[in-house]
Design a protein around this ligand. Structure first.
Ligand code: ADP
Length: 474
């Protein structure tokens, strides 16, 4: 099959979260299965010269956007059997940040660019796979805009990586950016509950909708997790599939990772301790192997359960001998909480506010416990990466966390982490307390760590599921 993917992020070029990890890994795996895959993403100026320096300009495309002639360059880069096509336009993508205030217009431009590229290709794809709201208007334009009538029959899939982000804007924004008839809004085709809604539009136009774990697939049909789209999703239930994400096991490999201090595997865990000391040195914390080192690497948003840590961490840090290192950025109130925590416990807490891929790898490698008290988690990749590096997740039992983290059973020595469900009987603090208790019992800690490291988090199974889904649609 020839598959085209379009997305706003792709690792290692431009990453803000898990979406990038998926777009960086799934196409490679599909290519390994024998399919031809093109990935179309914006050419943000933040892409490192290490890659951008190798991009080759293939063509310059002129087209009409917002009533004006606009142009963009298409740059090509081949990696691991996948062809990456980068859309260059200075006024929209020459930025130091992936996202910004004018995203409605920027991604409207990108959606059209994707279709302009496909239309010019010699061999049409069998299927177009778009991701999240940023590219969710592509299927709508493909079917409804006369400009693309020659490629209208291409099949489409949309993956929801996070239902919270729907690309909701005003009616005027729709009219200005897409130059389509107002009836699409007035008849409720691109509208939902008084907004122009990009994600909802995508959902209604694609052949199949997928989301990134089986549990999240069921959750988003409910009021609690449905982000006000659940009644609409229920209508599409038959076409909604949950396929669990994997991780790129070449990028995240403790035995070959060049960003960490010392490589290791399940057979040579002393190397993990070298990484722990490297973190402590960098963080200015006491260099001790015996103290449990907790970490969190995350976007700091309400979803991620920082409010839970606000309750748990100050008490725990006051009472227990442990260390905590945070790597993350996001909402000011949460950044402030962690700053205060670091000031209150200078010999126990270190925070790095920002995005740092290499430090993230070191933390995954050297920490003992990874905290993930998410209120909802479509899949979550951090817990998978942690387990791959022998760092034990303490997580809330929701979405993909429920599908991947298994509570440790001391009798059977089975399980790879510790779970809460936020109820009175299973609060997060209690799950963390269990983890800390087992940390003191080496035979159990070795077991839970090793169970995690032995898990198969590769993309091979899930990529095969996507391929099967594509085949069925085609
Ligand atoms: P989400 O997509 O909701 O942000 P995931 O757990 O699916 O959460 O994926 C997060 C990805 O982003 C992981 O690869 C994680 O290591 C990475 N990440 C998050 N915050 C940072 C940060 N501040 N610095 C480096 N990597 C980060």
């Amino acid at each position: 099959m020839k598959i085209i993917m379009a997305a706003a992020e792709c690792a290692p070029f431009a990453k803000a979260g898990g979406l990038a990890d998926v777009i960086g890994a799934l196409p490679k795996e599909l290519s390994r299965l024998g399919h031809e895959v093109n990935v179309i993403i914006p050419k943000y100026s933040l892409i490192s010269e290490e890659y951008a320096g190798e991009f080759v300009l293939k063509e310059s495309v002129e087209f009409s956007f917002k009533g004006q002639q606009k142009s963009f360059g298409v740059f090509e880069y081949d990696q691991a059997g996948v062809k990456f096509l980068f859309v260059e336009n200075d006024s929209y993508f020459k930025r130091d940040q992936i996202y910004g205030e004018d995203d409605a217009e920027r991604y409207a431009f990108f959606n059209r660019a994707v279709l302009e590229i496909i239309q010019r290709q010699e061999q049409q794809p069998d299927l177009l796979h778009v991701h999240d709201w940023h590219t969710a208007m592509v299927p709508f334009l493909l079917k409804e805009d006369q400009r693309y009538s020659s490629i209208r029959e291409i099949k489409t899939v949309l993956t929801i990586h996070n239902l919270q982000f729907q690309g909701k804007f005003s009616k005027d924004t729709f009219l200005e950016n897409f130059e389509m008839d107002a009836r699409y809004y007035d008849e409720g085709i691109v509208e939902w509950r008084g907004d122009f809604n990009s994600l909802k539009t995508g959902i209604s136009y694609v052949d199949k909708v997928t989301t990134v774990s089986p549990t999240y697939r069921d959750e988003i049909l409910t009021d609690f997790y449905g982000e006000k789209l659940n009644s609409f999703l229920q209508e599409k239930q038959q076409d909604l599939v949950g396929i669990l994400n994997g991780i790129d096991t070449e990028v995240y490999n403790p035995a070959t990772d060049l960003s960490i201090e010392h490589e290791f595997d399940a057979m040579s865990m002393e190397g993990k301790l070298v990484n722990k000391r490297a973190i402590q040195r960098r963080a200015g914390l006491p260099e001790r192997g015996d103290v449990p080192l907790l970490t969190m690497i995350s976007r700091l948003s309400g979803q991620k359960g920082i409010d839970v840590l606000e309750e748990v961490l100050p008490v725990l840090l006051a009472e227990e001998d442990l260390q905590f290192v945070l790597l993350g950025s996001g909402e000011e109130q949460y950044e402030q909480f962690f700053r205060t925590l670091a000031a209150d416990f200078p010999d126990k807490v270190y925070i790095h506010v920002g995005f740092d891929e290499a430090f993230a790898h070191l933390l995954y490698a050297g920490a003992d416990i990874f905290l993930m008290p998410s209120h909802f988690e479509p899949c979550g990749l951090s817990q998978l990466i942690s387990m791959r590096y022998g760092t034990v997740p303490v997580a809330n039992k929701t979405g993909g966390l429920k599908d991947t983290v298994v509570e440790y059973d001391e009798q059977l020595k089975a399980g790879n982490g510790f779970l809460s469900d936020f109820s009175q009987s299973q609060p997060f603090g209690l799950a963390l307390a269990r983890a800390l208790a087992f940390y003191q019992q080496p035979e159990h800690w070795e077991a839970v760590k090793t169970n995690g490291m032995k898990g198969d988090y590769s993309w091979s199974r899930s990529a095969a599921e996507y391929a099967k889904l594509y085949e069925r649609i085609i």
